[in-house]
Design a protein around this ligand. Sequence first.
Ligand SMILES: [Zn+2]
Length: 371
Amino acid sequence: MLDRFIRSPRWWRTEIPTQIVLSKDGIGDLFGLLKKEKKRPFFILDSALSGQKKFEPILERGEDGKSLFLFDATASEPRTGDVDALVKTIREREGDEPDVFVGVGGGGTMDLAKAVGICLKNPKSAADYQGWGFDMVRGADVWVVPTLNGTGAELTPIAVLRGPQKKLGINTPLVAPRTAIIDPQLSEGVKKFNRFYTMMDCYFHHYEITLSKTSAKDAILDAEDGLKLSRRVLSRDLSEYGLETAIQSAQGSILGGSSTIGGRVGASHAISYGLSNAGPTLPHSVAVTISMLGLADLYRGGGYDETLRFLEINRFPVPRAKDYGIDASQVEKMVKTALGMDKLWLSHFGEGWEKSVTEDFLRDVYTKIVA
Ligand SMILES: [Zn+2]
C-alpha cells in the first residue's frame, strides 16, 4: 500500500511552489536530503514527539545545543513572542546561522517553522507582519514533515500566529515551505481526538471551498476530490491508527493545502474566528465544528447533518462553546470579529453578502451558540 502511495502520480491540479516528497521513511529521507543539499538545519519539533523512537535522530542532532527547539503545541497556536525569541537567539549566532528550518509536527509546529524562516530575514517583530500585503523579502528555507494529517499547513502560504492583539496569519506566498516530506506512518502516535478533529477541519475547508462563489476553478476541483477523501476517512471509527486511513488523510491534506492556494473558505470559518478570539483555549478545528452546527439554517441537508454524523460515528459529544469559557457577555465582541471577515462572507454569499450578514443575523447565531 505504501509503495503504491509513494509512486502516486500528482493528484492535485493547483500549481504549488512546494516540492512534495512522498516517503515511506520520512525521517530517513529528511536526513538524506539534508546531507545531499549540504544543509545546516535547525529543527523545530513538536515536544509530544520526543518520546517516539522514530524521531530520535532529530533529538540526537539537537544534542549540540543549537540545532533544536522543542515546541509545546498543546497550549495554542505559536505566539508571535515564540517567533521573536527564536529569531533573536539565531541572529545572535553570527556566522553560524542555520540555512534551513525544519518543522516536524502538526500545523502549529509547521507554522512556527514557516514564521521563523521568514522573520529571520525581515527586520520587524512577527506581530507586525500578521495580515496581508506587507513588504517582505524571501526568508530562510523552510522544510516541513507533517506528523498529523489534515492541516494542509505543509503547503499553505500562511503561518497562523497568536499575537498580542489577534490571532492572524502571516499571509504571503513567501511563507510556503520549499519542501514537504509526506510519510503517512509518522501520524501513528496521534491521539484519536486530534486525528478526528484535524480531519474535520480538512473536511470543512473542502466543503466550504466547493460552495465558494469566489474560488478558482482548479481550487474547487481539488476541494471536490479532497471532500471525497475526508468523507471516507470521517465515516470510519478513528480509534485506532490505520495505514489506509492515514494515506487517504495525507492525500486529503495535500488537497487542503492546494485548494487553499486558489480557494477561500466561507461562513463557518468566518463564525469560528469570533469564537477563537473569545476562547484562547478553543482549538481551531473545534471552533469550526461549533460554528458549522450553529449555522443550521445555511447548512442543513449538507455540512450540518454530516458533521453530526461524523461525531456520532466516532462517539464524540457535540462540542459546546461554554466548555471553553465562552459566554453571552462575549457575543458583541464576536459579532464585531465576524463582521470583519468580508472575504469569507463574499466567498459564501457572493456580491451583496451584506444583505444576509447583518449584525442581527450574527447576534442570533452567537446567542444560540453560547446558550
Ligand atoms: Zn480551518
